[in-house]
Design a protein around this ligand. Structure first.
Ligand code: MN
Length: 447
């Protein structure tokens, strides 16, 4: 069978860029990645208007400046102009041929065999990443969060329903709730600990106050490219032309509020106070070398036919390494980086992103360019691979150690900063990364 996601020259691991920092060991942004984002340049006079760029090594390639140079043509130039805007919604709406034309053009311009004159003019379009402020890459009009890790569902289910942790629907469809788009923020944005209602175990009445069980959720997000019309579902075989790329996502959760309020309609205030995403969108094109077969454990139900497709079976899963670092106020006082409290891989997800997108539309729901779909918490098969504190602390009953500061956590404290990281690496392919998604907990508002 021919690959639905073919490799091309932009994936060649030996290709190098004339931008020196792109070759630095461990760089998230080598020539093979080329993720898109939106930035505002800091100047002495303040911030310039936001515009689109591509990360290469430690630099940002300013696509507005590149478009003005006229080094690209045809579809690549049109895509470059769309990608230089203050949101990436327009680029996402253009579709895969445009995304690919731009990737190919950028690769040629940034490759070390590019004409020296081209290199010289392009150098003027590079800005150090430390001199820019990253913005939300898209105008998020709709945000949906799935629940597709069987290990997370079992771990959390044990806290809520010890005898029957997995709901009967879990292995038949990718579950989700409709989230809140207005409180999606870019990495680096702090938020206040939420207030709300919680019902303590055995109590007769709930109490109103600051969240006592604040948690993170290690997730990835993916962005819708061209949307679909209402009443016209996207078949699983067509999904690849509807997904632009992926980012890191932290679905901050107030567990005490969430577990009290969510029966019977699902999460509400427990999830809608803040959702953080990483600023760089890694394209599905860049992830091609890291596609994996989608497999179902023997004895589990096989997907219904509308959630099954040969290409999705062959390449629907993704090999993405993930880790979570917690940096407390004490870590910062002592100038310590923090402690990695969990690490896992996206390959353990029970449903593919294709199945999630198809499920979202199968009833007729229309998705729009730039819509954000979260994968749900990513937890691996072992206890140390859980993607949330409620799992790592077994429902808040065990300490999670922070060895370098000597502290422990069951849930997040004020001043805690949670940093998500992800990267792809394997022999025969270039290592690419997602950068970071960080956020800091501030104290609750008065009241
Ligand atoms: Mn979630």
């Amino acid at each position: 069978m021919s690959r639905a996601h073919p490799l091309d020259f932009t994936h060649a691991p030996e290709a190098r860029s004339w931008v020196a920092s792109a070759q630095a060991p461990g760089s998230d942004f080598p020539l093979q990645n080329l993720p898109h984002g939106v930035f505002a340049r800091r100047t002495g006079a303040g911030l310039e208007p936001a515009r689109g760029g591509v990360a290469i090594g430690d630099e940002v390639l300013d696509l507005a400046q590149l478009a003005a140079l006229g080094l690209l043509d045809g579809l690549a130039q049109e895509a470059c102009m769309a990608a230089s805007q203050s949101t990436l919604n327009g680029l996402m709406a253009m579709g895969q041929p445009a995304w690919r034309a731009l990737r190919h053009g950028l690769h040629r311009l940034l490759c070390d065999d590019a004409d020296p004159l081209v290199q010289r003019s392009l150098s003027a379009c590079l800005l150090p990443q430390r001199e820019v402020q990253m913005r939300l890459p898209v105008e998020v009009r709709n945000y949906t969060d799935f629940y597709t890790s069987v290990h997370h569902a079992q771990n959390v289910g044990r806290v809520i329903r010890p005898d029957d942790p997995l709901t009967p629907n879990f292995k038949w469809l990718p579950l989700a709730y409709h989230g809140r788009a207005s409180s999606v923020v870019v990495s680096g944005t702090p938020f206040k600990r939420p207030r709300g209602q919680a019902m303590a175990p055995g109590a007769q009445a709930p109490v109103y106050g600051a969240c006592k069980r604040l948690d993170f959720e290690l997730e990835m997000g993916f962005f819708v490219g061209p949307g679909n019309a209402m009443g016209e579902p996207v078949a699983l075989g067509q999904v690849r032309s509807h997904v632009f790329g992926m980012c890191l996502l932290n679905d901050w959760s107030a567990r005490d509020h969430q577990f009290w309020e969510m029966a019977p309609l699902g999460p509400f205030l427990g999830k809608n106070f803040c959702t953080s995403i990483s600023p760089w969108v890694v394209t599905m094109e860049a992830l091609v070398p890291y596609r994996l077969p989608f497999e179902r454990p023997a004895g589990d139900p096989q997907p219904l036919s509308y959630l099954d497709d040969p290409a999705d079976r062959a390449e629907g899963s993704l090999d993405i390494e993930l880790e979570v670092l917690l940096q407390s106020a004490r870590h910062r006082e002592r100038q310590l980086a923090g402690d990695v409290i969990t690490a896992t891989n996206f390959r353990h997800q029970y449903w593919t992103i294709g199945q999630m997108l198809t499920q979202h539309t199968v009833g007729g729901c229309n998705l729009q360019s730039g819509d954000l779909l979260g994968t749900g918490t990513i937890s691996g098969p072992t206890a140390g691979e859980a993607g949330a504190l409620v799992e790592l602390s077994r429902g808040g009953s065990q300490d999670v150690p922070l060895p370098s500061s000597g502290e422990v956590r069951r849930f997040l404290e004020d001043g805690d900063r949670v940093v998500l990281r992800a990267w792809c690496a394997k022999p025969g392919a270039a290592r690419i990364g997602f950068g970071v998604c960080s956020g800091e907990v501030l104290s609750a508002p008065q009241g």
